[in-house]
Design a protein around this ligand. Structure first.
Ligand SMILES: [Zn+2]
Length: 383
């Protein structure tokens, strides 16, 4: 993939190219960006740029033999380590047997997220991980001289999924890799990486996409119209993985609005038995659905504020509007930041596999408490 095929990140792309021109390519780099920001395609475009035999000041050529192999992920000097898992024995688990599936999934959608990959692996509730055996394979790959390129490349996707034993095995290699080697780790969860990894890699920060940039990526990977892509990008705040999920599950928006409506009414009325019932409903859904629901909740609350300030600004469907008209008195600038902060925090924990029931019930009580305090305050004023 060439840089030009990736919307946004203009400054970062130029900086990466400049580093190559000036011979300042750090041997171990950590591309860090939240899910759906494009850190993975950027890392692969960077490797393609370095190995391209006809690169220009700001991009690879896209047509030399190296570019063609890199863009199909079949370059002999590229080793990829991914979180994987399978039914049955996990002894000597490593990426190579999964490469065909990976290439197919990535080439179809370079903005794929971990959950998309889990779907491809078809491993149910099992979590994929990077094993100690994989660390051994990485070290073996790096011990070989490059065949076609000047460099030997290793891509480690989601190092946060590395078992401690694997990480420990790799530390020395990451600190002092063999000559002409480039190791790129691509993380969506910087905070959960071991300090020993952070201190041995150069950080390349990948910012989130703007709404127009995310819209453009979505059009490319879903072929849907601009309006729908733009709305999904907005709900997901530029997270392409999340937005794509929303587009594919558009029919569930109505169900999510229903749940949100009942949830907020129950929080407002401090109806604990109802909150317990909703918690059970929530916990039955997949992790991706739960994250989608929180994104949707944040979006709806944001739209309420917009309707309160200037009705024409809000982008909502007729059923959402009917709900917001009734509910707009509950959300205001005074409680907006605290409620959205609680939900943001829940998203953070959902991404780290927190227990769904505890997560949702705790969040409900926190929000219910915000409403309760407001009602008490109002009662004092009226008394
Ligand atoms: Zn090229």
């Amino acid at each position: 993939m060439q840089f030009r095929e990736i919307p946004g990140h203009d400054e970062l792309k130029l900086k990466l190219c400049k580093n190559v021109a000036e011979g300042r390519v750090s041997h171990a780099q950590l591309f860090s960006g939240r899910e759906g920001s494009g850190a993975l395609p950027l890392a692969l475009a960077f490797m393609q740029y370095i190995s391209c035999t006809a690169r220009t000041a700001d991009d690879s050529c896209g047509t030399c033999p190296s570019c063609l192999k890199m863009s199909k992920l079949i370059h002999p000097d590229l080793y990829m380590a991914l979180p994987v898992n399978q039914e049955g024995s996990t002894d000597s688990l490593h990426t190579t047997p999964f490469l065909v599936k990976w290439r197919e999934a990535y080439l179809k959608n370079p903005w794929l997220g971990l959950e998309d990959w889990v779907d491809v692996l078809d491993i149910g509730n099992k979590q994929p991980f990077i094993s100690a055996f994989e660390a051994h394979e990485i070290i073996k790959a790096l011990s070989l001289s490059p065949v076609e390129s000047e460099y030997r490349f290793v891509l480690i996707w989601l190092p946060e999924k590395m078992r401690a034993e694997a990480a420990n095995r790799l530390l020395k290699t990451i600190e002092e890799p063999p000559d002409k080697t480039l190791i790129i780790l691509v993380t969506k969860s910087y905070d959960s990486l071991l300090k020993t990894i952070l201190s041995r890699t150069q950080l390349v920060k990948v910012n989130r996409l703007t709404i127009p940039e995310a819209t453009s990526v979505l059009q490319k990977i879903t072929q849907l119209d601009t309006g729908r892509c733009n709305l999904a990008a907005e709900i997901a705040q530029g997270n392409v993985v999340q937005a794509r999920w929303l587009l594919q599950h558009g029919d569930e928006a109505e169900a999510q609005l229903d749940l949100f409506r009942t949830w907020m009414q129950s929080c407002y009325g401090f109806m604990v038995p109802e909150l317990i019932r909703l918690t059970d409903l929530f916990a039955k859904e997949t992790r991706e659905w739960q994250k989608g629901f929180f994104s949707y909740a944040l979006y709806i609350i944001r739209q309420t504020l917009l309707m309160n300030s200037e009705a024409s600004l809000a982008h909502v469907t007729p059923s959402e509007k009917a709900f917001l008209d009734k509910f707009r008195k509950f959300f205001h600038p005074g409680n907006y930041s605290i409620i959205t902060e609680y939900i943001d925090e829940a998203v953070f924990h959902a991404e780290r596999n927190a227990h769904s029931k505890i997560l949702f019930f705790d969040l409900s009580l926190l929000i219910a408490d915000v409403f309760r305090k407001e009602k008490e305050k109002a009662a004092q004023i009226n008394a």
